[in-house]
Ligand binder design. Structure first.
Ligand SMILES: [Zn+2]
Length: 408
């Protein structure tokens, strides 16, 4: 073979490869991923959009250029069921916290009334499946922080009656009855009243959510609960050492009792490099403090503008960029630890700083494609996308029926 022949042949092969690569296996996987994603029930267990509805009268039907969630983008991203977080900052306490929670529940319910063609308020797994069959997005609610019950089981029962189907035991501060990961005293667990709260939630059919709690509270709640629990928006501490994330031992213990860790997309929980740089950045602290001051009581503005500051500092090279694939790394870590039956999605959309490439819920199909490319089976992907969360809901409902049938 002459040098010229070799070149022609080589060139031909190169052209053939260039023509083949984009159209062969890669597109096949993309097509399969699209089919799997849009035929699954995709459930997200934690979204803070109610702050936008409450403070800014945000209408979910409006496709917004800001924020992470609205109906058009949920349709684009194949997001079929969403737990809206009923969250009140921990500096609001007592009856004022309960009142704010009621106001937030009210604005979520208003959205369902306003958009009955698109939305259905759901409280059971069966209702979520029925909404999906009708082409509607299932709206669910979770109470984020036990301070909102104001030490009163009657308030908890009221929240359940209004449709809340989980409660995160604490937010960022210790309560009289439960320790938080956000406070210094990490040894504080559940008090006897805290255990009563957990049992009452079991009876009411509310999932016990251990995101935000101290490690001791996690183990105490796990021992007390008669039903599987969730970590509605937590990631893996083995990858990113944040007290809000779960250790491998905690993930194993949660899974052993049938529970699910729903991975949080917040950059500060995904990436150790970002976390370390952020802890040292006086500029970020100052800029976010200024944003918070300008936002005043408007939590939605504070979250959104804070995210902009962080993204801007990333693009200026002052903080490390975090790529959306980090979400898949956390999913993969948890799956390798406990199997695909115990992992789900809990984005923290509209409540955190999203990684590059996961700017809003329309980007969710990328997760399915990434999992497929990493060799996940179709069944396992469907479970992670939402099947596992629905299974926990069903288990919690069963325990609730049993406890109500034979109260002790
Ligand atoms: Zn949270």
């Amino acid at each position: 073979m002459t040098r010229k022949q070799f070149t022609i042949l080589g060139g031909g092969i190169l052209i053939a490869c260039a023509l083949l690569i984009p159209t062969m296996p890669a597109d096949d996987i993309a097509d399969r991923a699209h089919k799997i994603h849009f035929s699954s029930i995709v459930v997200d267990t934690h979204d803070d959009t109610p702050q936008r509805m409450f403070f800014e009268h945000f209408d979910l039907a409006h496709r917004d250029s800001e924020g992470n969630i609205d109906i058009p983008r949920m349709r684009d991203g194949g997001l079929n069921a969403i737990f809206f977080s009923i969250w009140t900052p921990v500096n609001i306490t007592g009856p004022a916290a309960t009142k704010r929670a009621m106001d937030l529940i009210s604005v979520v319910r208003d959205q369902v009334q306003k958009h009955p063609q698109d939305l259905a308020l759901c409280t059971t797994a069966a209702e979520v499946r029925a909404a999906h069959d009708q082409g509607k997005i299932a709206l669910l609610m979770g109470i984020e922080g036990g301070h909102m019950i104001n030490n009163d089981l009657a308030v908890l029962r009221q929240f359940a009656k209004l449709g809340a189907r989980y409660m995160t035991l604490t937010h960022t501060a210790d309560l009289d009855w439960a320790g938080s990961s956000g406070d210094d005293a990490k040894h504080i667990g559940l008090s006897p009243f805290g255990k009563t709260v957990v049992l009452e939630m079991n009876k009411l059919g509310m999932m016990v959510d251990i995101s935000h709690v101290s490690d001791k509270t996690f183990y105490d709640a796990l021992a007390a609960s008669k039903a599987p629990m969730i970590a509605s928006h937590s990631s893996c501490r083995a990858i990113c050492d944040a007290p809000r994330n779960m250790t491998d031992d905690m993930i194993k213990a949660l899974a052993a009792k049938g529970g699910v860790i729903q991975i949080n997309y917040h950059v500060g929980f995904l990436s150790q490099a970002y976390r370390d740089a952020s802890a040292k950045s006086a500029e970020q602290k100052a800029r976010i403090a200024a944003v918070d001051k300008a936002a005043g009581e408007n939590e939605a503005a504070s979250i959104r503008e804070g995210e902009k500051v962080t993204h801007q500092m990333m693009s200026e090279g002052k903080l490390p960029e975090v790529d959306w694939q980090a979400i898949v790394d956390h999913i993969d870590h948890a799956v390798k630890l406990v199997g695909a039956d115990h992992v789900g999605l809990g984005s923290d959309f509209d409540g955190a700083v999203m990684p590059r490439g996961m700017e809003d819920c329309s980007k969710l199909p990328k997760l399915t494609e990434a999992l497929l490319r990493r060799g996940y089976s179709e069944d396992d992907i469907r479970k992670i996308l939402g099947g596992n969360t629905l299974r926990v809901m069903e288990a919690v409902e069963r325990v609730s029926h049993e406890l109500q049938a034979s109260p002790k």
